[in-house]
Design a protein around this ligand. Structure first.
Ligand code: SF4
Length: 294
């Protein structure tokens, strides 16, 4: 997937499992003047190819009173791709959907914690949240068609012990909602990765049979060798996520290891996969280059 520079528009808020992270802190938005400076500098300093690409993240960006100015600043600074990470509830307003597309935003990312309201809403701690998200995405897709533009809609799935059995269903809902890509990200250092991987790979397969690529982030190659090309966040050595055995693995330069803060139990089971050399070659060819600094 294409790299974006994240600029959080404030603190608090967001869509995350309440059982893992507790209730979200109230959203507090950064002053517009400060954000305009951050956005302009981030675009100017970006060396990402293709790029520059910027994502407005943090608490719901549509809750920021000056979102139109923030978008305009990014466009004026010369951003190539501008993404808004949103729960999409504000997009239920046709004016919002039409306005943000007219302003130049073409990339949107939404988060799914469950494949049903029964799970998503409970984990998000927000009754009606899934319905609001899906309705907003429906309005957005209608505006995309009406304006005759191309947009990219991606789904982020934070994986934890409370939703891993639902991952294939979540992927199916993401596809149904119009996602072009699904990123399955481990968001729970205590999650049993060995138990979770079959659900993650099933979710990848659900996406692929529907023509939507899915990536898994926070899982090392040795736990999902048959889905090596779905393993994301490669080329990023993460402190605390590698085992001593990784030093002898042909995938060491390519593999991000386990989730940051991975426990000793996980690190103890990491071992070079049987076909590490073949996998390293295949992944290197697929990625086009090795060793870029993400
Ligand atoms: S042994 Fe280490 S480097 Fe090799 S695939 Fe597993 S986690 Fe990655």
């Amino acid at each position: 997937m294409i790299d974006f520079i994240d600029v959080a528009v404030g603190t608090g808020g967001g869509v995350a499992c309440e059982r893992c992270h507790g209730s979200a802190m109230p959203a507090e938005y950064m002053a517009t003047s400060e954000l305009l400076g951050l956005i302009t500098r981030a675009v100017a300093d970006s060396r990402t190819v293709p790029g520059p690409n910027l994502a407005l993240t943090g608490p719901e960006p549509f809750g920021h009173p000056d979102l139109p100015s923030l978008v305009a600043a990014a466009v004026d600074a010369g951003v190539s791709r501008l993404r808004i990470d949103t729960d999409a509830s504000a997009l239920r307003s046709q004016d919002n959907a039409a306005g943000v597309l007219a302003a130049g935003v073409r990339h949107f990312r939404f988060s799914l914690l469950g494949g049903s309201a029964g799970l998503h809403d409970v984990l998000a701690g927000a009754p009606g949240a899934l319905d609001a998200t899906l309705t907003g995405l429906d309005v957005l897709r209608g505006e995309v068609r009406a304006q005759g533009v191309t947009s990219c809609l991606s789904a982020l799935v934070p994986i934890c012990r409370h939703n891993l059995h639902d991952l294939p269903a979540i992927a199916a809902v993401a596809v149904e909602a119009g996602a072009n890509a699904v990123l399955l990200r481990v968001d729970d250092p205590g999650c049993d990765l060995a138990a979770a991987v079959p659900w993650m790979t099933a979710a990848c397969d659900t996406g692929v049979v529907n023509g939507v690529w899915a990536e898994i982030e926070g899982v090392p190659f040795c736990l999902a060798p048959d889905h090596a090309l779905h393993v994301s966040d490669v080329l990023r050595a993460r402190s605390g996520a590698k085992a001593p055995a990784c030093r002898d693995c042909r995938l060491d330069e390519l593999c991000g290891g386990g989730p940051v803060d991975a426990s000793g139990d996980l690190l103890a089971v990491l071992a070079p996969p049987a076909r590490a050399g073949d996998l390293a070659g295949a992944v290197s060819r697929a990625r086009g280059s090795v060793g870029h600094d993400a």
